[in-house]
Ligand binder design. Sequence first.
Ligand code: ARG
Length: 217
Amino acid sequence: TSPDFPPFEYIDNKGNIVGIDIDMMKILSNKIGCDMEIVSIDFNGLIPALINNQIDVIASGMTITEERAKVVAFTKPYWSADQAIIIRKDANINPQSLNDLVNLRVGVQSGTTAEQMISEFVNSTGKNINMVSYQSYVLAIQDLLAGRLDAVVVDSPVANMFVKQYNVKISNIITTNESYGLAVRKDNTELLNKLNKALDELLNSDEWQQILRKYLG
Ligand code: ARG
């Protein structure tokens, strides 16, 4: 996991990696009778790490995309998200769309769907957005607060958390209809099937509601 993405995975004030994905993986691994260890890897290194056998599952708020599904196998979806534009609370801009981000400095995390969406916009329109790709979303937010960025584009559920934690606000949501899934190696059908079954049970349980209450209030 890439622990810079609250409430799904982040580092708490004791230095532990916590979040919805982490609690979810604890329960799923229990259900399927496996030990679990959390490994922290930058988001753009997760798929390579999975393919190279350094990890067995990606649990990182990862959007199920056609492109990724060519190289990894996704479980059924467990969450949905859109993309939010975040600005400083005191900003004198109010970007509503990608077009409103033209010529602004915009932070994203490297390897994410936000990065891909902005690149595609720039390539298809020939317009300029000064996009900066960070290893971690937390670093992007810090640069936004420091005035080195005008905006950050990040998944909407995470944007809602950043708004609670930092002096930032959401200027608009871009509807992208993303769904998160866990990813395993393509040839690991056994694990995929077990995860899907355990996920089905979990998503319909009180335990899941408790996790959501714990992290979302
Ligand atoms: N949902 C987006 C994607 O799949 C962003 C995920 C970033 N996750 C993280 N743990 N930093 O590209």
